[in-house]
Ligand binder design. Structure first.
Ligand SMILES: [Mg+2]
Length: 316
């Protein structure tokens, strides 16, 4: 889940006004939550429609399953080509290494829309987010993102040309943090493993396959160091995430134009080695827009229309 992100209420009001053909809308009246939160907005403000899409639409489930089935097909192709890696930082001769898939957890494998709903209904303040989120992790109750469990089970049954099975590494920014009354240095790892097991995603080395933020001193929010750790011993065949920062370093604090250039710079990887699950609820895309949703709506998006798309799959 997110670092503190939230779309200003003005976006929601603007969208409703456009849909209803309204000319003007009165400014929102201060409410109990706003005053309880001080001057800061509530955490999930503005996320009503996107949360409903994740929770209730057949369209999201179909989209997610579409992506995961395409990822499974791409994994089979990638396993047959030992000369290719999905990690730009993986260099040298990795052709003899056993195969691995790297996946994010939240909104990639585990669906946390239920806690997003909880935060919307409870009007959770930014300052309350960390505690609410950690309590949700401790519940171990997140369902699977559509298609994710089927993909993980299928991937683990696949082998490379030498007959070696695919290992799945879950690189997540769920953060190791001590809890009162718990001796574990990282109860969040036990919780996440238990949640995955409850979904039938057990594995002999599941705890070792989970790589949490803060588990080691150099495992910060930036995920590159963890992908590099995997790449020391495995050829990374595929990467699945819901945020540009699951694939590339340095994009979390970039603006929209820079992120668009980063997307284009790796255009040939999308849908072949990199698979992005839609997450309209939160993410670094929202941080990149800045705090003024009205200004973002008024601006023309700096979309690059001329990413070079090769006519044939390149050798990556
Ligand atoms: Mg995620």
């Amino acid at each position: 889940m997110p670092a503190a992100t939230g779309m200003a209420r003005s976006l929601c009001i603007f969208a409703v006004a456009v849909a209803a053909g309204c000319v003007t809308q009165p400014p929102p009246a201060p409410d109990a939550a706003r005053s309880r939160c001080g001057t800061a907005p509530i955490f999930a403000e503005g996320a009503e429609r996107s949360t409903l899409w994740i929770r209730h639409s057949a369209e999201f489930r179909a989209a997610s399953e579409t992506i995961y089935r395409a990822a499974e097909a791409a994994l089979a192709q990638g396993l047959a080509d030992p000369g290719r890696s999905a990690e730009p930082a993986q260099t040298g001769d990795f052709s003899l290494l056993p195969p691995a898939v790297v996946m994010d957890i939240d909104e990639t494998v585990l669906d946390n829309a239920a806690v997003q709903v909880r935060m919307l209904l409870d009007e959770t303040c930014f300052a309350e987010f960390a505690a609410v989120w950690d309590a949700w992790v401790a519940e171990r109750a997140a369902p699977a993102v559509p298609g994710a469990a089927e993909f993980v089970r299928a991937a683990r049954k696949m082998t490379d040309a030498r007959g070696r099975p695919v290992r799945i590494f879950f690189i997540t920014n769920r953060e190791c943090s001590r809890r009162a009354g718990d001796d574990s240095a990282c109860p969040q790892q036990d919780d996440t493993a238990a949640n995955l097991r409850a979904l039938g995603l057990d594995a002999a080395a599941l705890a070792d396959d989970l790589m949490l933020k803060g588990e080691r001193p150099d495992w910060a929010g930036e995920k590159l160091s963890r992908r590099v750790e995997v790449a020391k011993s495995y050829r990374i065949v595929l990467n699945v995430g819901d945020d540009l920062a699951d694939f590339l370093p340095g994009v979390r604090r970039q603006g929209v134009p820079e992120r668009e250039r980063a997307r284009c710079a790796h255009d040939a990887r999308w849908g072949r080695q990199w698979f992005m699950i839609p997450n309209p609820m939160y993410g670094s895309w929202l941080v990149a827009l800045g705090p003024d949703a009205g200004a973002a709506l008024a601006a023309a998006p700096p979309v690059l229309q001329d990413c070079k798309r090769p006519s044939a799959p390149p050798s990556l």
